[in-house]
Write a protein that binds this ligand. Structure first.
Ligand code: ADP
Ligand code: MG
Length: 402
């Protein structure tokens, strides 16, 4: 995958001093009592903002916040995030309440070289989500080039994520660049053998992911609630486990497709079961998948299966992971997820495994296991990460591809 980055600015545009950059970032940060409660997303885009500002560009930050549905809404103004951005950058920034027209032009005119402006919530205007070409052109009127540093919004074809790339010279910011390189190393152009772990609650939410992966990877490890549906499809009685019986045919079709593609599907042969989903409940036990009682539910994969999966990872060069192997929120059903995550972390430290993970609960599980920093890359992008795992082309990324 080739795309333009900030490294191409010089040869394309010459010195960026005094040039106006529109920089799409993700500022959908959690707020508490009017201030930023978690600044992870702001810290992620800080390198791009400072690199451009320090090169003398006038930096205009563009982002959405919440779902105001094309109308101004004082509860979703980005002016609330201004202080949080200033805290992270260690610089004062200017809030600009309009994206187009005389107010925007006048505010941008005041900015000096290296100054930073934060523009109002892009979704206050219907042209954003409609990806209206006139709207994008009107925003672009005040700028010289466009930088997208928001992979998490790249699965949307909106004016600020895709439209602007059509009317201005367009570049991936540093966070976007790192994410695209990591994802490319995991699925686009990976070193084989590749293993994928797909876990989580339901097959129905990840059908497209499974369908795509069986054609891409050599080992597909299925855990979590969705393993139950696959086990049921193979004729296993999973008791009162979470199981989508209406999807057993689909599960069989995926297993057939995997067979033809030379992809080995790994399902657990031992599991941890309990009569209820509670911490260390009475009746907790480990058994073979064929011994699950009618009143029991599978809440984690068992120790033998976990060990076998560790052996699989040891033979692989690349790992992509989405979804926990068990109901990891409650002990001891985090055991397999934590153990396999630690195996993956150790293999990455040995230099034998490139590992990329993503998904809201997956990130939480890796943090819980204390190994998030020992993966090659952990994506916090949610929907965009899943669409990428589905093999879909993301419009915001396609627009940057040379
Ligand atoms: P992500 O957010 O990383 O994409 P998911 O949302 O798909 O992951 O899955 C996470 C959820 O799956 C967790 O709430 C976890 O409790 C649930 N889960 C995992 N294994 C099981 C299981 N055996 N039975 C029921 N729920 C499970
Ligand atoms: Mg989730």
């Amino acid at each position: 995958m080739t795309f333009r980055t900030l490294d191409d600015l010089g040869s394309d545009l010459g010195d960026v001093t005094g040039k106006v950059a529109l920089v799409r970032v993700d500022l959908n940060v959690p707020m508490r009592e009017g201030s930023v409660a978690d600044d992870t997303r702001i810290r992620a885009v800080m390198p791009t903002i400072l690199e451009l500002a320090d090169a003398g560009a006038k930096v205009l930050l563009l982002a959405h916040y919440g779902r105001p549905k094309g109308q101004k809404n004082s509860t979703m103004t980005l002016s609330w995030v201004q202080g949080g951005v200033e805290d992270v950058l260690g610089r004062e920034i200017m809030f600009i309440p309009e994206l187009t027209g005389p107010v925007a032009a006048q505010a941008i005119g005041i900015l000096g070289n290296g100054d930073i402006g934060l523009m109002e919530n892009t979704r206050f205007w219907p042209g954003e989500e409609a990806n209206d070409a006139d709207f994008a052109a009107a925003i672009a009127e005040n700028a010289d080039f466009y930088v997208n540093d928001a992979f998490s919004a790249a699965h949307r074809a909106h004016a600020s994520t895709e439209g602007l790339a059509k009317v201005l010279p367009a570049y991936a910011g540093r966070a976007m660049e790192a994410e695209l390189k990591a994802l490319d190393a995991a699925l686009g152009n990976p070193e084989a053998p590749v293993a994928a772990v797909v876990g989580g609650a339901k097959v129905s939410t990840k059908l497209d992911v499974l369908e795509n992966l069986v054609g891409q990877v050599q080992h597909l490890i299925i855990g979590g609630g969705m393993a139950n549906t696959f086990l049921a499809a193979r004729g296993v009685d999973v008791g009162k486990s979470l199981c989508e019986n209406d999807l057993t045919e689909t599960a069989n079709a995926i297993m057939d497709k995997a067979d033809h593609a030379g992809c080995t599907i790994h399902l657990p042969y031992d599991v941890v079961v309990a009569p209820e989903f509670a911490a260390n409940p009475a009746g907790l036990r480990t058994c073979n998948v064929h011994e699950v009682g009618a009143n029991e539910m599978i809440l984690d994969i068992g120790p033998q299966a976990t060990e076998a999966l560790a052996d699989v990872l040891k033979t692989c060069r690349t790992l992509v992971w989405n979804g926990p192997l068990g109901a990891f929120e409650i002990e001891p059903f985090d055991t397999a997820t934590v153990a396999l995550a630690r195996t993956a972390a150790a293999l990455k430290q040995d230099g034998s495994l490139t590992s990329v993970a993503g998904g809201g609960d997956t990130v939480a599980a890796l943090n819980h296991a204390g190994v998030a920093d020992d993966f090659s890359y952990v994506s916090t992008a949610g929907g965009a990460f899943l669409e990428w795992m589905e093999g879909k082309e993301l419009p915001g990324v396609a627009a940057l591809t040379a």
